[in-house]
Design a protein around this ligand. Structure first.
Ligand code: 1CP
Length: 351
């Protein structure tokens, strides 16, 4: 770990310095899902786009909504505006977003459907995303880093199998236990497609990459290793083979004590911590090995006031002195008052 005042930092972007292992203070900050429905200007652009996938795949509009939270709050990092489900779309699976329901996909049906996916077409189908990344690098303020992202294989597979959101992921779990070889073929396909997709974002100018495994927390430990940790490690290794210096953040949400194995074995530069990870444990077991990011409860941000201040201060106190990026433990809720984000930013700047 290098001290804050390293003589020749490779970058002066605060966010990238923290990912590189520096204790930057006050900590760099961004918020998962920082562009979205809680912002009136997003709702306005969203209405103009009509369709959500159209918004993701129209560079002019995707750039605009990426920049909106940066203009308002001056976060240290912008995250490309897109969605994890553009990958199934890029693979040729029918994917759409229904107002008031969320993502919908034509379910894969059976493992044999994996053979019909079209990994060779992904780069071309998702070309607008890479154009968005290129434009963002030109338009972002000099001090703001650009994060590219993708869903992790299991989390994306869960939507591909269930045909949308799920309460208990029964279909995916049945598939994994009942036909592990068939399920492995889907995961392998997603490992390759996701690595290709992230590498293309890196070539277009993404300066850090985050892999969202939002539903990693449902598995027994052996299944977690096989379906979450191993695929993530393979993606990281493919990225590092081409771009050894490009920082990768993993978000194995709900991994509990397995977060430590992810820190040791995934090859990631940083871990994004969900709200339930105990702070003292994370400081001792995780932050001693790599940069941690997180883990404010999004509901504390909805409530605001003293409750928000108290939760934010606890996190600051726990992670001060080591590599740390302030963030939420999960995506910002659409009912969050924008003024509460402003209050949080004031508190962080005074830390
Ligand atoms: O305008 C709308 O109604 C669409 C809402 C929305 C938005 C704003 C969706 C549909 N996706 C997004 C953008 C998005 N999604 C971003 C970029 C914006 C930013 O961060 O500023 C990112 C990083 C995501 C990632 C994402 N999509 C995840 C992983 C993170 C997480 O929150 O766990 C997941 C699981 C999705 C799937 C998805 N897409 C959209 C919704 C509503 C959902 C969740 C559905 C569910 O809960 O199962």
């Amino acid at each position: 770990m290098t001290p804050d005042a390293a003589p020749h930092p490779a970058t002066d972007k605060r966010f990238l310095r923290a990912l590189g292992g520096e204790a930057v203070w006050p900590p760099p900050v961004w918020l998962m899902r920082q562009a979205g429905r809680y912002l009136p200007e997003y709702r306005e652009t969203r209405a103009r786009a009509g369709d959500f996938l159209e918004l993701c795949l129209t560079p002019e509009l995707a750039v605009e909504v990426t920049l909106q939270p940066i203009r308002r709050y001056g976060f240290d990092a912008a995250i490309l505006f897109s969605d994890i489900l553009v990958v199934p779309y890029g693979l040729g699976q029918k994917t759409w977003f229904e107002e008031g329901i969320g993502p919908r996909l034509e379910p894969l049906g059976s493992p044999s459907a994996v053979a019909r996916l079209e990994p060779a077409a992904l780069r071309e189908r998702l070309a607008p995303v890479f154009e968005t990344v290129r434009r963002l690098r030109r338009e972002l303020p000099a001090e703001t880093a650009l994060i590219g992202f993708a869903g992790a294989p299991w989390t994306v597979a869960s939507y591909m199998i269930e045909g949308g959101s799920s309460r208990d992921f029964q279909e995916g779990r049945r598939w994994a236990y009942g036909d592990p070889e068939g399920f492995q073929r889907l995961i392998d396909c997603l490992v390759e497609a996701t690595a290709d997709y992230l590498l293309a974002q890196a070539e277009a100018g993404a300066e850090a990459l985050q892999i969202f495994d939002s539903w990693a927390g449902i598995w027994p430990d052996d299944a977690f290793r096989r379906w979450c940790l191993e695929p993530a490690a393979r993606i990281v290794s493919r990225i590092k083979a081409v771009h050894p210096e490009l920082p990768v953040i993993l978000f194995p949400r709900g991994a509990g004590p397995l977060y430590r194995e992810v820190a040791e074995r995934s090859g990631a530069d940083a871990l994004s911590l969900d709200t339930t990870v105990p702070l003292d444990w994370a400081r001792a077991e995780l932050q001693s090995r790599l940069c941690v990011q997180g883990n404010l409860d999004p509901v504390a941000l909805i409530v605001g006031g003293e409750a928000l201040d108290r939760q934010a201060r606890r996190i600051l106190e726990a992670f001060k002195g080591g590599p740390f990026v302030f963030n939420l433990g999960h995506g910002i809720d659409k009912t969050t008052p924008p003024a509460h984000v402003e209050r949080l930013m004031t508190l962080l700047r005074e830390a």
